[in-house]
Design a protein around this ligand. Sequence first.
Ligand code: SAH
Length: 512
Amino acid sequence: MSAGFVWLVGAGPGDPGLLTVRAVECLRQADLVLYDRLVAPPLLSHAPASARRVCVDELAPAHPDRWPLVNRMMIDAANEGQRVVRLKGGDPMIFGRGGEEAEVLRAAGVGYEIVPGVTAALGAASCAGIPLTHRDHASAVCIVTGHESPGKPDSRLDWPALARFPGTLVFYMGIARLEAIVAALLDAGKAADTPACVVQRATTPGQRVASAPLAELPAAVREANIEAPALLFIGEVVALRERIDWFSHRPLFGKTVLVTRPAHQADDMVRRIEVLGGRSICLPAVTLAEPADWAPVDAAIGRLGETGWLVFTSANGVHAFIARLRACGRDLRALGGVRLAVIGPATADALRGYHLEPDVIPAEYNSEGLVAALRERVRGSRVLLARADRGIDLLRDELSSVAEVEQVAVYSQRDATLEDSPEALAALRAGEIDFVTLTSSNIARVIGSALDPEAVRSGRPALVCISPRTSAAAKELGLPVAAEAVEYTTAGVIEAMCRLSAQIAEGVIREV
Ligand code: SAH
């Protein structure tokens, strides 16, 4: 039996992009992940599907029982030869019990490694625009727990020393005791007008900040309804925020976007939206499956030797076709004499993933564009269209007059049951969505049926469509379209959404 091992890993402050490369390496090898509640759920996807995932906050309701239980689980799993990742919010060594857990592991003779993470104070400082140190304003930083009750005789904090501290103070876990902390610092002589702020859910789309001079901070935080997890910053550097903040100036900050693509294709769009400051909610409108019948595809694969052109109108079509080629015992050499055409950049990239370069990418990324690009080129050839089992037949109809065209379904597309995503549907119905992204006519039709036309007419949610054809599908349902992509790609949809967001901010478009 191989020796077990434990990695005590910092998960960073919330944004899944702030995980370290080393943390990903550890997660990829994990048999068991013991994670804190504050850890961002997407991080767990770095672990193999077979790994057990256990949220330690759900292990036992009360603190005193929980920690011995977590220690026991780590040790037992390691003794059984398992590789354990103990994934903690922020950094394991800052209010993360990393030290205690390491001692317990050492005493039990279990090997371990400690992987640092971006602690909440560092994440919040960068994302709220607070330079923790500054040559003119702060030469030191003090990280303090707000968990201790000021004024209690057993408090281990020296409040007069904190009040005198010549630098920036950062309190973790202090929101519930904010008034007492501020009172203790003021009592100990800290200036009432010292710049201060509280940062909630730092680094995430839900980040919110309330700033005020120290003495007025509790009222400002109450008014802004700030909740845990949050950090308290006190010091001259907090005043620089006004000039330095970039996070809340991003184009989609404060916006909630409904992503409606099939689940396996949503990740890339979700990440792009997050990086621009938006929050994404996924409501897949269509699902993909194998075609009802492979026989026509297999027959077409058998005739590739006589086929002049192979045309793909989606990345899904590329993956499905190549997978079937392999399942038929063939490989890429079967495409040696075949020219390749794709509808747009994402489809081209899918082909390039198999080291195949498309011969044709049209200037306009739709069927009309592809017809224009292909009509003369394919004259007199055999053309194979590999696509979904539904969609418009424009390519087949237009090219049939100049070439021998065969259309095969390499995958099947179905309307998804929206009720399978109850949380997303509830968010939509509760009016929490700012922008609904519609990336195909079928998606527009399925999502459109779940939208309240009155709400869409009033601008919330606003519909953002990938192309005129998709917009037409929405308009057919009586739904006005707020923005349309110039380039018919997901990047184009995101650009259109950013433009719309800027127009709303400038008051060009009324936000309801
Ligand atoms: N080990 C963690 C801290 C754990 S203590 C770290 O290094 O960050 C938990 C406290 O961290 C919370 O009460 C809150 O004060 C702070 N915290 C964690 N994540 C935060 C976030 N995204 N935004 C603001 N504060 C956060």
